[in-house]
Design a protein around this ligand. Structure first.
Ligand code: FMN
Length: 201
């Protein structure tokens, strides 16, 4: 009688344990998964549009799990979980916008060896959007990150950039296809570098 009960119970517990392991898997990151977090601040939608292009590019990388969030919705757990972080800001007075600066200053997560990338929008040419990108990259380097920019090819010549900076004011209103394409290349490159680095560890 005892054997009759213990036998099926053992099978049941084995099944429960197996199902438990299987259901735990999606919350863990397998070796060919790369978690990419794209965060931004955007008051009038331009930086959000560029952030969406960056996220789209990152999704091109096999195994990429991409999350897109405004800075004020990003928690420490998001930062801890990601392999790559891309930050985007509008240019305000030649630098990053206050909510992006507060996001960088207030989070207390060491991001060592995670891969970073940066993008910015700005109203005018020469208005400092490259400086906004560099401010983000500088903060990332100070937080132990590895930073990467997009790779381009024109007329058979290959080169790189330190991030993406798009003009949105009257000289070139909104985001044009060339700027969105550069955003996609940035997302794809950062996700690729993070994936390769993760696989090498
Ligand atoms: C307070 C403020 C300061 C700005 N300063 C600059 C600037 O220094 N250089 C620049 O190119 N654009 C500047 N702009 C324009 C914004 O960077 C630009 O419109 C940007 O695309 C807005 O992004 P968003 O639509 O994501 O909010 C400024 C805008 C505001 C509201």
């Amino acid at each position: 009688m005892r054997k009759l009960i213990v036998g099926p119970l053992a099978v049941l517990f084995t099944c429960v344990a197996w199902v438990g392991q299987a259901s735990a898997t999606p919350t863990e990151s397998s070796s060919d998964t790369v978690r990419v977090l794209v965060v931004y601040h955007s008051l009038t939608g331009n930086t959000r549009t560029l952030a969406e292009a960056v996220a789209e590019g990152a999704r091109e990388v096999a195994g990429a799990e991409v999350t897109l969030k405004p800075v004020d919705e990003v928690g420490n757990e998001d930062l801890e979980a990601c392999d790559a972080l891309l930050i985007g800001s509008p240019t305000y007075w030649g630098s990053i916008a206050t909510p992006v600066k507060a996001f960088i200053d207030d989070r207390r997560v060491f991001m060592g060896d995670k891969v970073g990338g940066a993008f910015a929008t700005g109203g005018s040419d020469g208005g400092g959007k490259e400086l906004a990108v560099l401010s983000i990259l500088t903060a990332m380097l100070n937080n132990g990150m590895i930073v990467a920019g997009p790779h381009y090819e024109e007329d058979g010549i290959r080169f790189g950039g330190f991030g993406v900076a798009a003009t949105t004011g009257s000289d070139s209103p909104g985001l044009d296809e060339a700027e969105l394409s550069r955003g996609r290349l940035l997302g794809e490159r950062v996700a690729t570098v993070a994936k390769r680095y993760r696989e090498s560890r």
